[in-house]
Each structure stands twice: as structure tokens, then as C-alpha cells.
Design a protein around this ligand. Structure first.
Ligand code: HEC
Length: 146
């Protein structure tokens, strides 16, 4: 009985993390999740960088440079995922690419340069997600600044 519950909660958390959430708003709203199921370390980092991306987009669209100084991103490589299969050998190179793109945002000194760096970062989010976690891709693509 207990193991069934664990399997069920794992399934639920996978459904939340890696399947598309149709019609979900742009903002990462708190979504119902069972009490027994805490988001994984990696999912917590993802929610934070997603939120940061939403805020950076809003700021750049107003013509304002934004800071990019999250230290969370460096934990991405070692963070525990919800399920072991969510990361794999190709994960670390993607994470390194992501960290590089992030540093380009931090060093951009003009709004157009930061927009370009921001869009490159979003590309690197999507690239990793194609391999490991397709669900949120449509939400991530909303971060592009056109
Ligand atoms: C190196 C690979 C990689 C990169 C880069 C990456 N992600 Fe993720 N992302 C994942 C994996 C794997 C998961 C599943 C995590 C889990 O459930 O433990 C995930 C989960 C998520 C989730 C769902 C979290 C939840 O609530 O459960 C969102 C949203 C997300 N990522 C957004 C982003 C955004 C936005 C970026 C870029 C700013 C990004 N990701 C970059 C691999 C990556």
C-alpha cells in the first residue's frame, strides 16, 4: 500500500514536471501537488530560473538592463532530479552551455546585447529540455523576446 502511494506520487510529480501544462499562465503559479511530494532539488532551481527569466524579459521589454547573479545555476549539475532518468551523460555539457550563456547576460552592457544574450539563454534551456524534459518547452519558449 505504501509503495503504491510512493509510485503514485512519483508519477504525479513527473506529470507536473515534464508534461505540457496546457493553458497555464505565463507566470509560474503554485500548482496543486500532493503533500507527500516535495519538488526535487533540480525542480526548485528550474522554477527559480524560469521566474527570473520572466522578470528579465519584462525588464528588457521596458528597456531596462537586468542583473543576472543567481548562484543557483551552479548547483544545477549536482542537484537531485525528481527521477534519475531526467539527467544523463549529455546533461552536464548542456548545463555548462547554459552557465556560459548566463554569464553573457551578466556581462552585457546594453539592452540590445542583453536581449540577444537572453534569447541565447532561452535557446540553451530549450536544447536541454529537448533531451531531458519536454513538458515545459512551450512555457519556456514564451521567454523569447521578439
Ligand atoms: C542542463 C539541462 C537543463 C537546462 C539548461 C534547463 N533545464 Fe529546466 N529542467 C531540466 C530537467 C531535467 C527538469 C526536470 C527536473 C525535475 O523534475 O527534477 C527541468 C524542469 C524544468 C521545469 C519544471 C519544474 C517543475 O516545476 O517541476 C521548468 C519550468 C524548467 N525546467 C524551466 C527551465 C528554464 C526556463 C530554463 C532556462 C532558463 C531551463 N529550464 C534550463 C533540465 C534543464
Amino acid at each position: 500500500m505504501k509503495s503504491k502511494l510512493i509510485i503514485l506520487s512519483l508519477l504525479l510529480s513527473m506529470i507536473y514536471a515534464c508534461t505540457p501544462t496546457q493553458g497555464s499562465p505565463d507566470v509560474v503559479a503554485p500548482v496543486w501537488s500532493p503533500k507527500v511530494d516535495q519538488p526535487s532539488e533540480l525542480a526548485v532551481i528550474m522554477r527559480a530560473i524560469h521566474q527570473e527569466g520572466i522578470e528579465r524579459k519584462a525588464s528588457l521589454e521596458k528597456g531596462m538592463l537586468s542583473t543576472a547573479n543567481s548562484s543557483l545555476i551552479f548547483n544545477m549539475i549536482t542537484a537531485q532530479p525528481t527521477e534519475p532518468h531526467m539527467v544523463g551523460p549529455a546533461f552536464e555539457p548542456h548545463a555548462q552551455g547554459f552557465i556560459y550563456s548566463y554569464s553573457e547576460i551578466a556581462s552585457a552592457t546594453s539592452v540590445p546585447a542583453q536581449i540577444e544574450a537572453h534569447n541565447n539563454l532561452v535557446k540553451s534551456c530549450v536544447a536541454c529540455h529537448m533531451n531531458f524534459c519536454q513538458g515545459p518547452i512551450s512555457r519556456i519558449e514564451k521567454l523569447y523576446i521578439h
